[in-house]
Design a protein around this ligand. Structure first.
Ligand code: AMP
Length: 282
């Protein structure tokens, strides 16, 4: 199992593969790995000759210092999990200095408006941080394919836009949301939930499924009102937003249009932990 702490060391290893035109799959993560991350790795392994996993808690995408401080860091456990899955995966686990060279700031990106919706509204600067780190990692790894979860659907669309606008030669591959048996979308943040909150959090997916059902007959406004009402009944939750938006532009759905694909997006707090999820309303 090879673990690299510097981009130089990783690039020396990758050069061999690149010289032989091997396909390189890349799975960027912030660690605290769970089955959702492993499903991305499995897809990359099945489609590429080399798979690179990065584990880096990127400071510039956190708009809340406390959230950054509390983000779980479990590198030893992560390495053991990956080793169990496949010993040939290359792990890149850099320091902040290796990535930012003493200048830990993000540059600003224009994603044609995708950045102003949902997460962008509620986490100012977040997608500048995401663009900064993803672009840097793409330049370091030079992958043929990069795997991103639909769990962070807005991020996925933003990365697709980044690649097009900056002409980065990589195929961005969307991966389905991996859920716990209860329906709760797997997330590193779930680790911070008490047993009780984790159990209650299955409500999020249950309400998303009901919203999907209702959207067949009702308007986006009516479905949104339904979701707001449901969360008001459950005092342990604070709903930050529920929005039905069109998949490509992420613009809020005012009136349903045939041939457009919509998704319901949600951000909700429980025990001060912020969880996000989404569902296709097709
Ligand atoms: P993170 O470590 O949370 O930044 O996530 C790293 C990658 O894994 C991102 O592309 C996420 O969208 C993806 N991911 C996280 N959780 C899940 C999940 N439950 N199912 C599928 N992909 C996920």
């Amino acid at each position: 199992m090879l673990v690299f702490q510097t981009q130089n060391a990783l690039q020396i290893e990758l050069k061999k593969a690149q010289n032989q035109s091997k396909k390189i799959g890349f799975v960027p993560t912030m660690g605290a790995l769970h089955r959702g991350h492993l499903s991305l790795l499995e897809q990359s392994i099945s489609e590429n000759e080399i798979t690179v996993l990065s584990i880096f808690v990127n400071p510039t995408q956190f708009n809340n210092a406390e959230d950054l401080k509390k983000y779980p860091r479990t590198l030893e456990k992560d390495i053991a999990l990956v080793q169990e899955l496949n010993k040939n995966i290359l792990i890149y686990a850099p320091t902040v200095t290796d990535i930012y060279k003493g200048n830990t700031i993000s540059r600003s990106f224009d994603y044609d408006g995708l950045e102003h919706q949902m997460e962008g509204k509620h986490r100012p600067g977040h997608f500048d941080g995401v663009g900064t780190i993803v672009k840097k990692l793409f330049e370091i790894v030079e992958p043929t394919h990069a795997y991103f979860g639909e769990k962070d659907f807005q991020q996925l669309q933003i990365v697709k836009k980044l690649v097009v606008k900056h002409k980065i030669p990589v195929n961005v591959i969307p991966c389905e949301i991996y859920r716990e048996p209860s329906g709760l979308a797997m997330s590193s943040r779930n680790e911070r939930l008490s047993d009780n909150a984790r159990n209650e959090s299955k409500l999020i997916y249950k309400i998303l499924l009901e919203a999907k059902d209702k959207f067949m007959l009702k308007s986006a406004k009516e479905v949104t009102e339904f979701v707001v009402r449901e969360f008001k009944k459950h005092k342990n939750f604070t709903l930050e937003y529920f929005e039905i938006a069109e998949e490509e532009t992420l613009l809020s759905c005012k009136r349903k249009t045939k041939n457009k694909k919509y998704r319901g997006f949600i951000a909700v707090f429980i025990e001060d932990i912020r969880l996000i999820d989404n569902i296709s309303l097709k």
